[in-house]
Write a protein that binds this ligand. Structure first.
Ligand code: IPM
Ligand code: MN
Length: 371
């Protein structure tokens, strides 16, 4: 018996989560475990009604769970950034979910926009650092009315860095990226361990040629950490170049490890090459704490309640949740049932089909039960 917290969230979140739960329940029947779901009312509606994003009480309730199943957040009535930072990032940070695991795998039957590439060519994993870098939220914005702050910053720049930046600037903003040895080491170690169970190839993605302080440290940690993995092939790439290689030679990659922001960007690219955002799951993992599994797409408010959203990313995220609970066989059965649905043409409109969210979910669930 597992207890799983559920945050359906906004927009299409509740529908895709319902489909996902149906599938995981079927996996439980087939592989003899039970899931007790505990829903949490966190999202735009509650925020608009009460002003609450994620409260201390939510966090202490959620901390009793090892897994959270998360739908999507984002709502047209709320200014962009508030729910994303106040809910999704708040949970990732509160539970120190330092690994953002994003498989880039073209499933059987899926369509990639990359000409001539087949499922065996597109099968790697991006391990995105999930707590540091430019996501730490340290920054400020100064306008012309805050002359003193502007002066202070200008002086700081010229005294400390010998720079004379726009001495007539009336408005100025800055944002700081933070990388620590400890924060890098734990995620790089996780990526190394993962690579050792796969093709033993690990690629670091950074921008150490320009942001040489933070990513110079990242590279040092990468070099020293990977040294203790004999047989592991390692390489450094720059983020701009890696976007080319993802498109041209996805078959080169096995495990890719990268700081937070580049990880955000390259996994959207990865999602497209594996067949679209509707097929891209992610896990926010703290190996010794509370982990959270979600589709990497958003809440698509305009499709809310229409029962047309593609549930595959959420179902696949559910498979990652099962894997994280140690239910390996069940996890694999879920992904293979998604492949059966795709190859049978039981897919939603975005993938060229006529299936509904619940219909596709039910088909995947039935496929698991009868396998
Ligand atoms: C993602 C999303 C989030 C991120 C946003 C919604 C905060 O883009 O999960 O990739 O930037 O991490
Ligand atoms: Mn993103």
């Amino acid at each position: 018996m597992y207890k799983v917290a559920v945050i359906p969230g906004d927009g299409i979140g509740p529908e895709i989560i319902d489909a996902g739960r149906m599938v995981l329940d079927a996996a439980g029947e087939k592989f003899s475990f039970d899931i007790e779901w505990e829903p949490f009312d966190i999202g735009a509606d509650r925020y608009l009604a009460t002003g609450e994003l994620v409260t201390e009480d939510d966090l202490s309730d959620l901390s009793r769970f090892s897994s959270i199943y998360f739908g999507a957040i984002g709502d047209d009535r709320v200014q962009p950034g508030i729910l994303e930072k106040g809910i999704l990032l708040a949970i990732r940070f509160a539970f120190d979910q330092y690994i953002n695991l994003r498989p880039i795998r073209m499933l059987a039957g899926a369509d990639t926009p990359l000409a001539g590439k087949k499922p065996e060519d597109i099968d790697f994993v991006v391990v995105r650092e999930n707590t540091e870098d430019f996501y730490v939220g340290i920054g400020s914005r100064f306008s012309g009315t805050q002359k003193t702050s502007l002066e202070v910053l200008r002086n700081l720049y010229s005294v400390k860095f010998g720079l004379d930046i726009q001495s007539d600037a009336e408005e100025l903003a800055y944002q700081i990226g933070v990388v620590t040895r400890e924060g890098s080491e734990r995620v790089i170690r996780y990526a190394c361990d993962l690579a050792m169970t796969r093709k033993k190839k690990l690629t670091s993605v950074d921008k150490a040629n320009v942001l040489s302080d933070i990513y110079g440290l990242w590279r040092d940690v990468f070099t020293s950490t990977t040294r203790s993995y004999p047989g592991l092939f390692t390489e450094f790439t720059y983020v701009d170049a890696v976007t080319m290689w993802f498109v041209k030679n996805p078959e080169w990659f096995d495990v890719v490890v990268t700081p937070n922001m580049f990880g955000d960007i390259i996994t959207d690219l990865g999602a497209m090459i594996q067949g679209g955002l509707g097929l891209a799951p992610g896990g926010n993992i703290n190996p010794s704490g509370t982990s959270m599994f979600e589709p990497i797409h958003g809440s698509a408010p305009k499709y809310k309640g229409l029962n047309v959203a593609n549930p595959f990313a959420t179902i696949w995220a559910g498979s990652m949740l099962l894997e994280n609970l140690g239910e390996r066989e069940a996890a694999a059965a879920v992904v293979s049932a998604i492949e059966t649905a795709i190859t049978s043409g039981v897919v939603t409109k975005d993938m060229g089909g006529t299936g509904s969210t619940s219909g596709v979910g039910r088909f995947v669930a039935d496929t698991i039960r009868s396998s």
